[in-house]
Design a protein around this ligand. Structure first.
Ligand code: SAM
Length: 258
């Protein structure tokens, strides 16, 4: 019997209704290239595998890797590794050109969700879709619109790169052990109209970090260092970071990187 390890964020899904809803949202066609981050004991893995010719698993916990290797299931490849260090771009490019969509899915360990989402951005060009279970509060920030108090650095950066929807809310009772927080499933589709170069992306990171550095302060203060290059309107100077649209941040990044 596997005992859940807190340090690996192990909360195993046990509600069959929720499990099948998530698998239906992932909607795997047999020829899709899917990698599941953190299969744990297989709540999502086994129903996914029923629909797929092939499934890759990426798991950090050595005992769980051994558990999957012993099962020796047809169509399953088990990779022992840390998702924060895994080269998702190489994985996706390896599949590119073959029929079928590239999807990254998982009920993620909540303690690493933000760094993992940013790590995945570097592979977004080659990935068709991501479906993740995360802490509900994080998903709410990811999808928040400008003007909302949840609109944050995470919202701007991820909305610049992905179209995202909160697609399912999941209560703690769906897991064993139960997490202390509510969860939600988010679907992320890389934007096809994304055109930022690496330099422009870095400029976006800088200007967004500066804008949100002191949430309550006006942009006049937070963006002082960039003021002579950005043509901020009077209204923008008095606005706060959460009032500016993602598109406007992108425009600023392009100016700063030029
Ligand atoms: N998918 C299973 C389920 O829904 O019941 C388990 C989900 S559990 C929340 C998170 C899983 O991610 C665990 O299996 C854990 O060992 C694994 N994990 C934690 N940190 C990881 C990392 N850095 N890289 C890969 N897997 C990780």
């Amino acid at each position: 019997m596997h005992r859940a390890r807190k340090r690996f964020g192990q909360n195993f899904l046990q509600d069959n209704g929720i499990i099948y809803s998530i698998v239906a949202l992932i909607n795997p066609s047999a020829d899709a290239h899917v990698i599941e981050i953190g299969p744990g004991l297989g709540a999502l893995t086994l129903p996914l595998l029923e629909n797929l010719d092939h499934l890759d698993l990426l798991e950090i916990d050595r005992d769980l890797v051994a558990f999957w290797n012993e099962k020796n299931l047809k169509g399953l490849t088990v990779i022992e590794g840390d998702a924060l260090k895994f080269d998702f771009l190489a994985w996706a490019q390896n599949r590119a050109g073959k029929k079928g969509l590239c999807k990254v899915v998982g009920n993620l360990p909540y303690n690493i969700s933000s760094p993992l989402l940013f790590h995945l951005v570097s592979a977004a060009n080659s990935i068709d879709e991501q479906v993740f279970m995360l802490q509900a509060e994080v998903v709410e920030r990811m999808v928040a619109k400008e003007g909302s108090s949840d609109f944050s650095r995470l919202s701007v950066m991820l909305q610049a790169r992905y179209d995202m929807d909160l697609v399912l809310e999941v209560p703690p009772e769906a897991f064993d052990p139960q997490p202390k927080v509510n969860s939600a499933v988010v679907r992320m589709i890389p934007r096809r109209d994304f055109t930022l170069s690496d330099i422009q992306w870095s400029a976006l990171e800088k200007v967004v970090a500066a804008a949100f550095s002191q949430r309550r302060k006006m942009l006049r203060t937070n963006l002082q260092a960039f003021a002579d290059r950005l043509n901020l309107t009077e209204i923008e100077l008095k606005a706060r970071a959460q009032d500016i649209s993602v598109d406007r941040y992108i425009e600023w990044a392009k100016v700063l990187a030029a």
